[in-house]
Design a protein around this ligand. Structure first.
Ligand code: ZN
Length: 126
């Protein structure tokens, strides 16, 4: 069963809702070059479980390497509340740390070896 959580960037220009089933959805901590520096905790959902509430909001986008992942972030406050991941095209990768009504420290976090992405990815796609 899913519960709707509310998330935002720091300044509030970007707000969204996401439906999570925390008994089933993995919360992932990736050690790749960009995730380490962002400090993101991932949960990956299909688009029907994600709703952007600030439809007119502008997002900036950073890409690198294969340029498949679109690392969107708020141009005002610099936070990365969600993005489009390389691992699951068409899905939304939500930063659990940007959810306002969920205490991320209460969650069980699964490590992902993104430093060795090509070898680890099958485990993530399960
Ligand atoms: Zn912001």
């Amino acid at each position: 069963m899913t519960t709707t959580y509310h998330g935002s960037c720091h300044c509030g220009a970007i707000r969204f809702e996401v439906d999570l089933d925390l008994a089933k959805d993995d919360v992932i901590d990736c050690n790749c070059s960009v995730c380490s520096k962002k400090g993101i905790l991932h949960v990956i959902v299909p688009p029907e479980r994600f709703r952007l509430l600030t439809a007119g909001a502008t997002l900036s986008t950073y890409t690198f390497g294969t340029h498949v992942a679109k690392h969107t972030f708020c141009p005002t406050c610099g936070m990365h509340p969600f993005y489009s991941p390389r691992s699951h095209p068409g899905h939304v990768d939500v930063n659990v740390r940007c959810l306002d009504d969920l205490e991320w420290r209460s969650l069980t976090v699964k490590p992902f070896d993104g430093k060795d992405w090509d070898r680890s990815i099958d485990q993530l796609r399960g």
